[in-house]
Design a protein around this ligand. Structure first.
Ligand code: GLU
Length: 503
């Protein structure tokens, strides 16, 4: 695919678990940068940790990324000029370059056993030194080492870290320098033939012509080893941009104990992808000038620059995400929101599988009624309790109804209301309801709260709630539908209330 820019970025998840917000933000910033610059987005699957990698996680990650609105130009599913894009399919490439480094004297064979290395590490810790590799095998004669390996001795390959400080440029942090003394010669290929992350990532980024490595700052301390590898392999070092850590409100790294953190969690909760994209874009990046906060993905693609990514930790603020989600739920085309909402009602057993047209039309009114009061779509089910699950006995004993029901004229209002409703078996309408309330008002001499709050309790179990004009048609029409949970109409609600009161 011909592109109008040389920029090539990659998102390189390890399929060892769910895609969480930190990784999703990394994917998003790569994607925004690629789309802004007209560059290429590569998806690479880093599955060299054979024990922890699972293909079901890979499938789910791809699915979550697509839901999130991110696409890629090259990747395991779409192919591309640098295929394969799954590291477990590239083992021969890693072996070839590691052997080249050994031949060129930039890497060496290491025969130290696990136990030996473990012992050295313990000694270093006890002496309060950093547990760096002693460099024991670095001085071995290469020809002798080759003989030992040929005779069957297990050998790993280690990179010889250069004797000078390692510097690299990071777009977010500026110049970063590590003393070579802080970096010990890393293993690049284990004696089992399995290569290690710091090595494969460099081979892949170089061979895939990646120009900008944008990733989480948990990889910052890996970068000097990677820079040393680029130098040893004779390849140009890319630009780096390390994104700050996402923390919870307590300042600790965001984790499950802070609540939802995986993309699947947010999706299940009924957070819209555009809300999550908007929120994560602002979590560590700010647009030039102004404090505008609402951006569509297209607008973000225009505005995004790596220069405006902040190095300070980003605090995850659920309330702000909810605020954006409410915005997008209200803005969204009603048919789309209804379709999404429908799945929650079906799952909760409130609607049949495959609702008919009439039921769908009714649901659209229910959704319009309830949506203004939810942060996320799964809250619709609890809110829908006022339609599906009014419990008259619970309403009568609820503490926060006590003042309303105990008011001097409450019983008079309720009796007058009942008398009016029962005087005519025809279905309730908003107009008839208005006329009834005018009668009750005249008869009892009450108005406002004293008049309406007790009546509200009859309808919904609570003295606050939605407008009667919208609620009444929903209850009347709902009672006519064949739903798994019957919706009581006005008459039925009144009868249930009176029965509970009589107990
Ligand atoms: N596979 C690594 C991870 O999931 C990312 C490596 C990188 O971006 O360099 O953390």
């Amino acid at each position: 695919m011909s592109k109008d820019s040389e920029v090539r970025v990659r998102f390189a998840p390890s399929p060892t678990g769910q895609l969480h917000v930190g990784n999703a933000r990394t994917a998003l910033y790569n994607w925004l940068f690629a789309r802004k610059t007209g560059g290429t987005m590569v998806l690479r699957i880093e599955d060299t940790d054979l024990e922890r990698s699972e293909s079901r996680y890979e499938d789910q990650m791809l699915d979550d990324l697509k839901w999130f609105g991110i696409d890629w130009d090259e990747g395991p599913d779409v192919g591309g000029p640098h295929a394969p894009y799954r590291q477990s399919d590239r083992l021969a490439i890693y072996r070839e370059h590691a052997e080249r480094l050994v031949k060129e004297g930039k890497a060496y064979l290491c025969f130290c056993s696990q136990e030996e290395l473990e012992r050295d590490r313990e000694v270093a810790m006890a002496e309060q030194r950093s547990p760096l590799y002693s460099g024991k095998c670095r001085g071995l004669d290469p020809a002798e080492s080759e003989r030992r390996r040929a005779s069957g001795e297990a050998a790993a390959i280690r990179l010889a870290i250069p004797e000078h400080p390692i510097r690299f440029h990071d777009i977010v942090r500026g110049m970063v320098e590590f003393s070579n003394e802080a970096v010990s010669d890393p293993i690049i290929l284990r004696s089992s033939g399995i290569p290690v992350y710091n090595y494969v990532v460099v081979v892949d980024d170089a061979l895939m012509d990646i120009t900008h490595v944008i990733r989480g700052d948990d990889h910052l301390s890996n970068t000097p080893k990677q820079v040393a590898l680029y130098e040893a392999l004779g390849w140009p070092v890319p630009e780096f941009a390390h994104l700050s850590t996402i923390v919870g409100s307590d300042g600790a790294r965001l984790s499950k104990r802070h609540g939802a953190t995986s993309i699947a969690n947010f999706r299940e909760m009924g957070v819209l992808p555009e809300a999550l994209v908007n929120y994560l874009a602002l979590l560590g990046w700010a647009p030039t000038g102004g404090n505008r906060e609402v951006f569509t993905p297209e607008e973000l693609c225009k505005e995004f620059t790596l220069e405006r990514v902040t190095p300070s930790a980003a605090m995850f603020d659920m309330e702000k995400l909810y605020w954006l989600n409410r915005h997008y739920i209200k803005q969204g085309p009603p048919e789309r929101i209804e379709k999404l909402a429908e799945a929650y009602f079906i799952k909760a057993g409130l609607l049949p599988e495959n609702p008919d047209e009439q039921t769908r039309a009714w649901l659209s009114k229910v959704v319009a009624l309830l949506v203004p009061s939810v942060n996320k779509l799964d809250e619709l089910i609890e809110r829908a309790g006022l339609i599906f699950r009014v419990d008259a006995a619970a309403a009568l004993s609820a503490l926060d109804n006590a003042d309303v029901l105990g008011a001097p004229k409450a019983n008079e209002v309720l009796a007058a209301f009942a008398e009016q409703v029962e005087s005519d078996a025809a279905p309730m309408t908003p107009d008839r309801f208005k006329a009834i309330m005018n009668e009750v008002k005249a008869k009892t001499g009450t108005k406002g709260k004293d008049l309406y709050h007790p009546v509200r309790i009859v309808f919904t179990g609570s003295h606050s709630g939605p407008e009667f004009d919208k609620l009444i048609p929903i209850l009347e029409e709902g009672s006519q539908l064949a739903l798994p949970t019957h919706v009581m109409n006005t008459q039925e609600r009144l009868a249930a209330f009176n029965a509970a009161q009589a107990v």
